[in-house]
Design a protein around this ligand. Sequence first.
Ligand SMILES: Nc1ncnc2c1ncn2[C@@H]1O[C@H](COP(=O)(O)OP(=O)(O)O)[C@@H](O)[C@H]1O
Ligand SMILES: [Mg+2]
Length: 268
Amino acid sequence: MNAAYAVEARGLDFTRGSTAVLKGVGLTARQGVIHAIVGPNGSGKTTLLRLLAGILRPSAGTVKILGRPLFAYSHLQRARTMAYLPQSLPGPLPLTVRELVLLGRTAHQGLLGLETRADREAVDRALDLARVAHLGDARLEHLSGGEMQRAFIAKALCQEPTILLLDEPTASLDPAHGLQVMELLAGLRSAQAVCTVMVSHDLNLAARYADEATLLHGGRVACQGKPSMVFAPERLEPVYGCGFERCPSSAGPGALLPFPRDVNPLQE
Ligand SMILES: Nc1ncnc2c1ncn2[C@@H]1O[C@H](COP(=O)(O)OP(=O)(O)O)[C@@H](O)[C@H]1O
Ligand SMILES: [Mg+2]
């Protein structure tokens, strides 16, 4: 068995001007796991994901991908290994969904960039997986927010990466589509041992699907480990500054319901 981590970040600092955005953050994830990064707005989640993707360089610390320092990867090698879905999608692009998804193949195409049958099959698979096959010919500017999000997820899948880095992939999706994306990631985890590191504000989706989680607070790791430990009201409350009630459920660990701290939901 290959003991190396798919993603291994140690002691990451990231400073912007005089502001320390991340301080001594570490995160490891093996192949075939979903690792959720959670935390309040501004806690450094996007910055951490961008460091893992190699879009930002840390002020201190190291990132290894499949056992090899990230800086030793060429752009092409990186693109063949990792797909990154940013939090804010780019503005209007004059493309159809299929054309966008085909861009995900760039790292696999030859020098001439000619589209092969394998490319077309990969695009079809990705469109299908992200449930946008019916939108292949639609222009991006005509899509709803959720459809756009799924089109970009399809593009990331079309890269056929070993590692998926997703920044709030379910943010603009309705509950059913959010679940579908998580089921898709769970399927990739078991079928292809894909390692997914994802930022999420949906604590319940993360608690249900993640194998491991990192809770950030003010640029530091507040808690890290199994979801049952991280997604506990006593861990979340000091970080988010609100209360959390666990609602019993027969479909899993029970939903976390946030409430204003000075109101006791049991007495309302
Ligand atoms: N380019 C930047 N310049 C200055 N501050 C930044 C920059 N990018 C992010 N920050 C700050 O770093 C902190 C973490 O940002 P971010 O990683 O986007 O947080 P999150 O994704 O958890 O909401 C925030 O306080 C944000 O204002
Ligand atoms: Mg963010």
